[in-house]
Structure formats: structure tokens, C-alpha cells
Ligand binder design. Structure first.
Ligand code: COA
Length: 260
């Protein structure tokens, strides 16, 4: 599929999706949002893709959020319509049973911060900054900034970020548990490649169950989550990869997973 506002590349079983409006700090207009969803679905449908990476073009931004130049066109009814009727990155990324990594190379603001938070893992450059500055343009976050952020950093810090619009450094985001790893900007790709190598060495079938299990922990009371975990744990024993994993351990050799 040809894209206008993103770049889609597949290499060594990894789909790299690059938001590509660097002159606008990769701000998300309707086309870009739709293309990100389409690219994620393409990567999901492709059996050769084991890991998906989202990043931003240029050296300034992952994404500076919603394209504010489109705001004059927005009306309450079509905003509701667009949110309910169309797929949203958070839902799509959570439903994809493959690991999705945000490689945050610069500013991740508003919808950019929300897109990064929707990913399973965030690896950031030390130049990255995170923020929910929607308040400065007269709106509140609309893609998880008031819901996912408090779950990651706690209510008080989330309120501070959402109420003031102030940005936090990559280092602070890491201390708060919002980011998995922070590395010098020139080592970012390498750091992401290292995580990819690790993820590709695991069983895709078991990774899928692991992703479902952790996702559910955010949506259910503990007792229900524990039940779900137990069922998913039991499902592991129906896979060939579980048998291969245990056999390889006992035979003191690396496992050869088939993803089933
Ligand atoms: N929507 C549309 N365009 C945006 C944008 C956004 N969210 N963020 C940046 N841009 C555009 C700027 O308008 C500018 O375009 P221009 O060169 O045609 O004028 C270009 O990207 C570069 O941004 P600029 O503001 O000149 O860079 P800066 O270094 O002075 O400031 C920011 C960087 C991120 C602080 C500033 O761009 C900003 O506040 N952006 C809005 C972030 C935001 O509020 N996001 C949430 C939206 S709900």
C-alpha cells in the first residue's frame, strides 16, 4: 500500500512505521492517523512480521500531537463520531497480538505522547520530551492522556502534566515508569534493535498470551485478572512452543519456536 504521511518498511521480520511529516514535527492530521492504523493492520496481518516499531521522521519529534491546523473544522458531533466510529491507535495497538515498540526520537506531545503510551514498550532518546499540552490550545487530551497516563505515572503527576501542559524529560519519564529505557540519541536505533533481538527469540504464540494477560490487568479487578491469568497460563500448555521451550531447557540447547 502506498502511504503519503508515513513510511512503512519491513526488514528482518520487523515492521518499521515512521510518522513522516518532520516539517510539522510529525503532527497527526486525519490522513496520518488513518495511515498509522492501516500500517498497523498491515503489519498485524503479515505473518512474517514479529515485532512492530513506531517512530518519527527527523531528529526533533516523535510526534507533536494532533494537527492543530485542523481544529477549526472539528465539531462536537464529528469528534464523537470519529472517536467511536473509527479505530483508534490505542485500541488497535492493544489488540495486535505482537509486541509494538515506540522508538521515541524527540518530542512526544499530546496525541504523540498518547501514541507512544499505547505501545507495549517505549525506548526513548535522551533528547525526548513527553507532555500533554492540550490545555494550552483549549482542549483536554483525547487519546488516553487522562486515562492511560495516570495509570502509568500516578494521579498527581498526571494531573500536573494535564493541568499545566508542562513537558517532562526522558529521564523523568523513565523514573516515573512511563518509559522502559533512555539512551543517547545516537544509540537509539541500536537499543531498539537489542530489544527486537530478544523479542524475536521468544515464542510469538506465548508472547501473544503474555500481552493479552498484562493488558487485561489494567481493565479488571485483581481477582478477575488472576483468573484470566490462570486460564492463559493453562493455554500455554496447549502449544507446541511450550513443549519445545521445556524440552530445549532440559536438553541444554536453545529453543526453536514455531509460533504454535
Ligand atoms: N499541529 C500542527 N502543526 C504543528 C504542531 C501541531 N500539533 N506542532 C508543531 N507544528 C508545526 C508548527 O506550526 C511549525 O510549522 P510552520 O513551520 O509551518 O510554522 C512546525 O511544526 C515547527 O514547529 P514550531 O512551533 O515552529 O517549533 P518550536 O520548536 O518553536 O516549538 C513546540 C515546538 C512543540 C513547543 C510547538 O510546536 C508546539 O507547542 N506545538 C504544539 C504541541 C501541542 O500542543 N500538541 C497537542 C495538540 S492538541
Amino acid at each position: 500500500m502506498a502511504f503519503e504521511t508515513i513510511i512503512y518498511e519491513k526488514k528482518d521480520n520487523v515492521a518499521w512505521i515512521t510518522l513522516n511529516r518532520p516539517d510539522k514535527l510529525n503532527a497527526q492530521n486525519d490522513t496520518l492517523r488513518a495511515e498509522v492504523i492501516a500500517a498497523l493492520e498491515q503489519a498485524n496481518a503479515d505473518d512474517e512480521v514479529r515485532v512492530i516499531v513506531l517512530t518519527g521522521a527527523g531528529d526533533r519529534a516523535f510526534s507533536a500531537g494532533a494537527d492543530i491546523s485542523q481544529f477549526p473544522e472539528w465539531q462536537p458531533l464529528n469528534v464523537v463520531q470519529r472517536s467511536k466510529g473509527t479505530k483508534r491507535p490505542y485500541t488497535v495497538i492493544r489488540e495486535i497480538p505482537k509486541p509494538v515498540i515506540a522508538m521515541v526520537n524527540g518530542l512526544a506531545l499530546g496525541g504523540g505522547c498518547e501514541l507512544a503510551m499505547a505501545c507495549d514498550l517505549i525506548i526513548a532518546s535522551d533528547k525526548a520530551r513527553f507532555g500533554q499540552p492540550e490545555i494550552n490550545v483549549g482542549v483536554i487530551p483525547g487519546g488516553g492522556g487522562t486515562q492511560i497516563l495516570p495509570r502509568l505515572v500516578g494521579e498527581k503527576k498526571a494531573k500536573e502534566m494535564v493541568f499545566t501542559g508542562d513537558f517532562i524529560s526522558a529521564e523523568e519519564a523513565w523514573r516515573l515508569g512511563m518509559v522502559n529505557k533512555v539512551v543517547p540519541a545516537d544509540k537509539l536505533r541500536e537499543a531498539v534493535e537489542e530489544v527486537i533481538v530478544k523479542l524475536k527469540s521468544k515464542s510469538p504464540a506465548i508472547l501473544k498470551l503474555a500481552k493479552i494477560a498484562v493488558n487485561r490487568s489494567l481493565e479488571t479487578p485483581l481477582s478477575v485478572g488472576m483468573e484470566i491469568e490462570n486460564e492463559l497460563f493453562a493455554m500455554c500448555f496447549g502449544t507446541q512452543d511450550q513443549k519445545e521451550g521445556a524440552r530445549a531447557f532440559l536438553e541444554k540447547r536453545p529453543p526453536e519456536y514455531k509460533g504454535v
